[in-house]
Design a protein around this ligand. Sequence first.
Ligand code: B12
Ligand code: SF4
Ligand code: SF4
Length: 391
Amino acid sequence: MKAAAAGLGIDKIGIASAGPFTELKQRLVRHRELGYESGFEESDLDKRTEPALLFDNPQSIIAIAIAYPSKLQDPPKSEPGARRGILSRSAWGDDYHNVLRERLSRLEAWLKERVPSCRVLSMVDTGALSDRAVAERAGIGWSGSNCSIITPEWGSWVYLGEMITNLPLPPDKPVTESCGECTACIDACPTDALVGPGQLNAQRCISFVTQTKGVVTDELMRKIGNRLYGCDTCQVVCPENKGKNWTHHPELQPDNEKAKPLLVPLLTIGNREFKEIYGSTSSAWRGRKPIQRNAVIALGNFKEASAVPELTEVLMNDPRFELRATAAWSLGRIGGTAALEALERARAREQDKTVLEAIHAAWTSLRESEAATVASSLDEVVIVDKRKQRE
Ligand code: B12
Ligand code: SF4
Ligand code: SF4
């Protein structure tokens, strides 16, 4: 099976025993108690850790890994007047869920041809099991301080999937490599979401925040930067990923305009157009709202004054309060007379409490910074005056 992996389009296969994940269970209980869950995980911790609850008489779990690209070829520049956002590498190319499911069904067909009595249950990401815990047990890679499974061959730029089976296959040993003394990912995480080696407070992880649909806090909006979906920082800085860029799966190759799109057109993208462009990628699962909201945030973080008319349009007319509130924040961050006027006009007609609060916060901070600028220029006048008097 392992020798056939490459022919099946699979980069690495490992075998794990199908016994309960007892240590993981304790870990997940503690994780929940600390409030570190994202809410995207399967909520039943028994199902997450006991393969026998998902599959009748499981004998082993076949774990697979598929490597993906980490570099864009000739990426378009993000420039004043044409600012761009970025999708995380896990959303480049075709949706990895579909790609891995297709590989798992190829593997299933290969197995059934040889062992007709074989039964399998395949999963990728949305299944109950922890894909990382299975991969670790199956010797695919080690569990890094950035939480990712790092394979000695492909680094952490791998998607994971698995198949519970009734085949009693000999289990692989976990890999012996480890992070050693390195702490680069923990140091680089913009929000200190990595609260310790291999321990993530998902609520502070930018990858999670970019996938939420609500209004984000000022602190986290500033840290989102121009990320439209996901975050790769803790993997980009990882020395184990240095020089690793995998281009052998054509379906996973990025389209530059999708991976690094212009921000302004995203503000008005319709549902149908969004599905046409992004529907085939893994970034579309939460719909267009989070990505549009993140585009509004990114323009604010770029302080892109040329986008004030479009942001004003969002603030005045977008039916979604989350978008209007975020546009208020963004205009406050950009500043200038046009932004201030837009906030004042919106304040006069806005009915939603959250948006009104956002407008007020943006307006106040703008006025304060304006007052500070006036005050500092007055200070300068006074200093100049005093100098003149002395002369
Ligand atoms: C929920 C989820 C998220 C959440 C929370 C992530 C997290 N770290 O918990 C959010 C939205 C933030 C997220 C982000 C990302 N995700 Co995600 N996510 C998942 C999902 C659905 C469940 C993960 C989960 O249960 N986490 C809870 C933690 C506690 O458990 P765990 O990580 O599964 O298991 C590990 C720990 O428990 C640890 N552990 C166990 N016992 C102990 C004891 C001690 C002392 C310590 C320190 C650790 C430890 O070891 C286990 C194995 O590594 C999985 C798919 C799946 N079904 O498993 C994908 C998955 C983990 N995500 C994936 C990816 C690619 C990402 C992103 C890179 C996407 C991006 N570019 O933005 C980021 C990475 C963020 C990060 N640093 O982890 C891949 C990971 C591939 C890989 N090479 O590791 C997965 C496996 C999807 C897939 N099938 O490929 N994700
Ligand atoms: S994905 Fe980004 S925010 Fe999340 S842990 Fe990694 S560096 Fe921190
Ligand atoms: S950056 Fe260093 S500590 Fe973090 S996962 Fe990579 S090797 Fe491990």
